[in-house]
Ligand binder design. Sequence first.
Ligand code: GLU
Length: 509
Amino acid sequence: MDREVRVRFAPSPTGPLHIGGLRTALYNYIFARRHGGKMILRIEDTDSTRFVPGAEEYINEALAWCGIGIDEGVREGGPYGPYKQSERRDIYREHVDMLLKAGKAYIAFDTPEELAKAREEHPNFQYDARTRMNMRNSLTMSEEEVKSLIDGGTQYVVRFLIEPGRDVEVDDLIRGKVVINSDILDDKVLYKSADDLPTYHLANIVDDHLMKVSHVIRGEEWLPSAPLHVLLYEAFGWSDTMPQFVHLPLLLKPVGNGKLSKRDGDKLGFPVFPLEWHDPKSGEISSGYRERGYLPEALVNFLALLGWNPGDDTELMSIDELIEKFSFDHCSKAGAKFDYKKGIWFNHEYLMRLSDAEVGELFKPLLAARGIEGFSDEYIARAAGLVKTRVDFPQQLWEQADFFFKAPECYAEKDVKKRWKNGTPAIMRELVGVLEGISDMTSANAEKIVLDWIASREYHLGNVMNAFRLAVVGACRGPHMFDITELMPKEEVIARINRAIKTIPEPEA
Ligand code: GLU
């Protein structure tokens, strides 16, 4: 790369960060790290009507949770700040003036009513070379008239003067060259006097230039703005340092066609936001990946593969491996289906790879929430370790490992019917004696002794072991029986067998 890599993630604080926005941030981050560059977080808050309180904090928290580090930003500072657009008004005003002076933009006074009327009269109305000379603007009015209107406090906008009939070329790293004719573009509003703020287009271009952004990596939905942006760079005389465009493929619905939406998530039961979001206006709560029990590393890995692959079929990659392998050469143009089940698979794989102690840490708050106390970290870690291969989310640890923390209150009816036979209580009483005689309860040792006893008595192995399990666990489920009895205190195992003998009725012979 011959230019210092400087990328930016530029969200508007209009609500919670969508999972697609998070992928955009991730690709920017990975690309910056891959090339030893800088990752900028710029808050694009020039549309005051769409501002949502809490959205900026949400964005910061979501990025931090995913380990997406920011080099320059509102909180981090940096050489090209401020990094919040609402704090850069002077800069934009100055740049609007530059365009006005160069005759690349003009002032327009048309009121919303006048514009509505024009649209009514001409169904395909567009403010452009064909129509602008019929409107009320600095191209059709005298200088004195314009000045007196402005001095009198009349509100106005500044529009970009688009030259008609030009082929505008957008060079995109994923899509190649995209050419469109300037005839289809309208004279976009760049600035509004009413709130003394620029629109997205102007602020975005000016900031990318001033912040020395080398690559604009963003969602495909911004591709239609790119020709206008190319023309703006040209109007400012910045074409030589124009960033490289990279428009990422859309995230598509898991089933059917079209863009992934919140509705898909609601319908199929997966979150579309990284963190839970409490809507400040409606009070509605939308679920988040974090609260569902996803590990951030799993989510990052899953998202990275939506639209990119490493060139082979490797799927499990740490963030460092992603950084090492990433390149836009392997990004697809076509949209990526949001296969949320794959996300669950990733979470399972990442959970399984955690140490028992780490899974134990995830388990602890779930136990506390149930009022379970008095177990050592080691005990919790070992219990979690014995069941971690059976869960996709930490929340499922309880249903898999509950019996390590409390004796069964009832016994699964189906298993009782099948495994608790006439004669079982007597065999269980004998088993208690056998267990009492074992001083080393490690799994292999206890297993050998118990199986030898079953063989010597010529008991049915399956029936004895399942009755044993039923008594200790409460159902015929769970990890290897002797792993359970290695961990659980022997007195507890014995007490549970005695309790089962007492409470489960013995069927008639
Ligand atoms: N503020 C825009 C957004 O909300 C930025 C788009 C861009 O990256 O240019 O995504």
